[in-house]
Design a protein around this ligand. Structure first.
Ligand SMILES: NC(=O)c1ccc[n+]([C@@H]2O[C@H](COP(=O)([O-])OP(=O)(O)OC[C@H]3O[C@@H](n4cnc5c(N)ncnc54)[C@H](OP(=O)(O)O)[C@@H]3O)[C@@H](O)[C@H]2O)c1
Length: 266
């Protein structure tokens, strides 16, 4: 009887130590620091479209990738990329979500931030101001303009610790005032024009610290937003944009470029 009790206690101790060890391993994995020799990129809206292609290509190029998704549990393509890609929840319109992202990162160095998450409005509706739904307009401004500003503000400590110091805001040709001869696309145009101004203002502020901040147009790309008739595949667009990003120098800060590195009128 006494022997059986001792055996049960030994077994319980064994199970407890095993569980503790497993817990510690899981904990260390959750807070695993990326390999220090690798560069780190954070991409918003990386579960699909252009953002996913960025995550895939930077991962293939050997970077640590922090890929954000509004619903990480559903980001199956991102998860399939495997080790080296960390998926983190982020809704760029939510102050709580952005604060949680900042906490999760513990001010770890980020070399490159790609503010990619975005939504369209007026892309399928009519071209007239009377047809614009103002609540939709406010939402697109929150995602496409306030979102990148909020995310960048929160991640500045991490970006200051990074070596590359690059911030890329994914804009649109529809945000160019110079190119706007046709009108329409109310809401989307204003949000991207605002994002371009943010890029330029941030570039001026952070230039003395060696940052490069640009607004970059991906071209018309076959994604949920771009539709099936778009000119470029995500791969064609992102491969070209990565070339531009790789080649950025401090003197390029504050520029507004297309995916192929050509200059775009504000
Ligand atoms: N495709 C084009 O032809 C084209 C042209 C010019 C510019 N762009 C720009 O390129 C960027 C990527 O577009 P895309 O074509 O890849 O579009 P997409 O396929 O529609 O993907 C948009 C991404 O943004 C995310 N997102 C939307 N709202 C968000 C929020 N509140 N918080 C966080 N993430 C959010 C989406 O997440 P969910 O899956 O959770 O919705 C998704 O991951 C956008 O900024 C877009 O304006 C695209």
């Amino acid at each position: 009887m006494l022997n059986a009790l001792c055996r049960t206690r030994r077994l319980a101790r064994f199970v407890l130590i095993g569980a503790l060890a497993m817990g510690l391993t899981l904990l260390s994995r959750t807070h695993a620091q990326p390999a220090p020799d690798k560069q780190t990129v954070l991409i918003t809206g990386a579960n699909r479209g252009i953002g996913f292609e960025f995550a895939k290509e930077y991962h293939a190029a050997g970077w640590n990738v922090i890929a954000t998704a509004r619903k990480p549990a559903e980001a199956v393509d991102l998860k399939a990329l495997g080790e080296g890609v960390r998926t983190v929840q982020l809704d760029v319109t939510s102050a709580e979500s952005v604060a949680a992202l900042k906490d999760t990162l513990h001010d770890q160095p980020i070399d490159l931030l790609i503010n990619n998450a975005g939504v369209g409005v007026g892309l399928t509706g009519g071209p007239l101001l009377e047809e614009l739904k103002i609540d939709e307009f406010e939402q697109v401004m929150r995602v496409n303009l306030v979102g990148p500003m909020r995310v960048t503000q929160a991640l500045l400590p991490s970006l200051r610790l990074g070596k590359c110091k690059k911030i890329v805001n994914i804009s649109s040709g529809l945000g160019s005032i110079g190119w706007n001869g046709q009108g329409g696309f109310y809401g989307y145009r204003e949000s991207k024009a605002g994002l371009d101004m943010f890029s330029r203002t941030l570039a001026a502020e952070l230039k003395p610290e060696g940052f490069v901040c640009i607004a970059l147009i991906p071209g018309w790309v076959k994604t949920e937003m771009g539709g099936p008739n778009a000119q470029l595949t995500p791969e064609e667009s992102v491969t070209a944009m990565r070339k531009v990003i790789d080649g950025l120098k401090v003197g390029d800060s504050g520029k507004f470029w297309s995916y192929d590195g050509t200059s775009v009128p504000w």
